[in-house]
Design a protein around this ligand. Structure first.
Ligand code: ADP
Ligand code: ZN
Ligand code: MG
Length: 472
């Protein structure tokens, strides 16, 4: 439900959490893994036993800087950890170690290519913190605390390194938020610092939403949508909230600042009652940790090691195949394969990779690009089902296109002869002409047979049989 753009302009700022895939947790040496049996990856430090002390994870700090640099941020020569105090079962210390007024990275920007060119989104900050444990509410509706009979806590997640990225309110539509997230996701995946999977919670996004009248310069009151766990839900949630706010204003009402929950099944938005509403966290510097002071040499090395980022590749590819295909290829991690597949019809190749290979569940890194190119070149000559089957096998060890193309083609001579008979009978004039020397007409007959068989006949057999039948 897009807003009337002549009247209302969306204003959106995102807060994104990225779990770092370091071997160990942020402040202890527990293994940092997902999906293990609950409470099997814990120790006295991450369970907050008295007398334990945190030791920062060097890898996590370097990766946070790496991400900060990819977001074109300034890296602070000195940043601090703070204690963010609140009382909740997912936080055994009673506080979360986070960063507050001196984060590791500030004032960056992230370029988001779109159909009308690039839009630059300001990055307020990116800071390091530890994740809370995971609470699982049982007996309630959809895993929410409301109506639940019990809440279970899995401390495996507690202490996982997190980077929180906060954008300026520069995002102007739900679709743009989705594109931003897709690009950011691909960026952290390529930086090698996170698997960034929303369904596993290793990438999480909250959206701050307000609207203003077109042309208005100030910002209005925002609401915050929490914990949407897929790209689609983020976009749907934002659209629903934009519509709700516009309706409120148009009815003469006001938006109140609050934290909201979007239910993707009903599409409904409701206020969230939780720890998140309590705003006084009593931040103070963490006395058990020294400031983070990365040397200029370290920051310089991390900057030199940055790869070309997805946004830049989209811009390069856009020239060749158009914006949508470029975006799709890059955000799905298929553009590396695209570059390896030879062939002149680049749009056709991009289309196959995006619309067919993606659906076939093939790991692009395993695909033999030359064989895939042969398959793509022959795609109009074989039935769709055979093409799909071949495509699904294109990541298999020892895959050859030829095997599938040969199997898919009609090679049965009897079947081909029957078609040839019909064609010859229907084109007596051309048959006479051929027999009196116009042998160039062979191509005409081949074309007729291929059309009649919808391209399935093996061209080699067709040629042989036609020559033979026309000789008489
Ligand atoms: P808070 O103090 O409520 O945490 P911040 O100023 O820290 O607010 O901003 C948090 C997030 O909200 C940022 O992503 C920011 O871009 C976004 N934001 C701030 N004001 C607005 C607004 N009026 N409309 C939409 N988003 C906003
Ligand atoms: Zn631990
Ligand atoms: Mg804030």
């Amino acid at each position: 439900m897009p807003l009337d753009p002549t009247r209302w302009e969306p204003v959106i700022g995102l807060e994104i959490h990225v779990q770092l895939k370091t071997k160990t947790k942020m402040f202890c040496r527990c293994e940092n893994v997902w999906g293990e049996a609950p409470n099997t990856r814990t120790c006295p430090v991450c369970l907050a036993h008295p007398g334990t002390l945190p030791v920062p994870n060097r890898q996590a700090i370097e990766w946070a800087i790496r991400l900060g640099l990819a977001l074109d941020c300034e890296i602070a020569p000195r940043s601090l950890f703070h204690r963010k105090n609140y009382f909740y079962p997912d936080l055994p210390k009673g506080y979360q170690i986070s960063q507050y007024d001196s984060p590791i990275a500030t004032r960056g920007r992230f370029s988001v290519p779109g159909p009308d060119g690039d839009r630059e989104m300001g990055i307020v900050r990116a800071h390091l913190e530890e994740d809370a444990a995971k609470t699982i509410h049982v007996g309630g509706e959809g895993g929410r605390i409301h109506g639940a009979g019990a809440s279970l806590v899995d401390f495996n997640r507690g202490g996982t390194p997190l980077v929180e990225i906060v954008t300026e309110p520069d995002v102007r539509s739900a679709e743009e938020a989705r594109r931003f997230l897709g690009l950011l996701r691909q960026t952290v995946v390529e930086l090698g610092i996170s698997d960034a999977e929303m369904e596993k919670g290793s990438l999480r996004c909250d959206a701050n939403v307000s609207v203003r009248e077109t042309g208005e310069t100030g910002y209005r009151t925002k609401t915050e949508l929490k914990n949407m766990n897929s790209f689609k839900f983020v976009a749907d949630g934002i659209d629903a909230e934009l519509a709700r706010q516009v309706e409120l204003y148009e009815d003469g009402g006001e938006v109140v600042q609050e934290t909201l929950h979007f239910d993707p099944r009903s599409g409904r938005i409701s206020p969230l009652r939780s720890k998140e509403q309590a705003h006084d966290y009593r931040y103070f510097p963490e006395p058990d940790l020294v400031p983070v002071e990365p040397s200029p040499e370290l920051v310089g090395r991390l900057r030199d090691e940055l790869p070309e980022l997805p946004a830049a590749r989209i811009r390069r590819l856009e020239e060749e195949i158009g914006f949508d295909l470029a975006l799709g290829l890059v955000t799905s991690g298929r553009d590396e394969l695209f570059a390896r597949v030879p062939g002149d019809d680049r749009r056709a190749t991009a289309n196959v990779l995006m619309n067919q290979l993606a659906g076939a569940g093939v790991d692009p890194a395993r695909v033999n690009a030359d064989e895939l190119a042969k398959l793509i070149a022959a795609r109009d000559a074989i039935p769709r089902a055979a093409f799909d089957e071949a495509l699904a096998a294109s990541g298999d060890e020892g895959f050859t296109a030829e095997r599938y193309l040969a199997e898919a083609a009609i090679t049965d001579e009897g079947e081909i002869d029957a078609v040839i008979d019909r064609i010859l009978a229907a084109n007596e004039g051309q048959v006479q002409a051929y027999r009196s020397g116009k042998e160039g007409l062979l191509g005409f007959f081949v074309g007729q047979v291929m059309r009649e068989t919808q391209g399935k006949a093996n061209p080699k057999v067709v040629n042989e049989r036609l020559r033979e039948r026309l000789r008489a």
